[in-house]
Design a protein around this ligand. Sequence first.
Ligand SMILES: [Zn+2]
Length: 93
Amino acid sequence: MIPLETLGGAVAGAVCCVCGRPVTAFAWCCADCAQEYHLNGYATWPEWAKFLKKDEERRRYRRDSAYGEIALSDLHAETARTIERAWYGDSDD
Ligand SMILES: [Zn+2]
């Protein structure tokens, strides 16, 4: 059993929408569930599985957006300059 934390970036927090085990970010259910519940091809999924998938979709979206993306233009001018210096180095002008 690998601790979830060590998988962190690799799975991008994606879990099987049925059993909650870590899966790749492109999968909505793990191989075991796919086999057990015949979840091959989303179009053929039963309603309950689609519901769980939507739920997981929302969860992943929330997780991704939790980091937030702040545009430099949203920041105070002095803060933005500080970050710009950190990213691009001092300019000579
Ligand atoms: Zn599963």
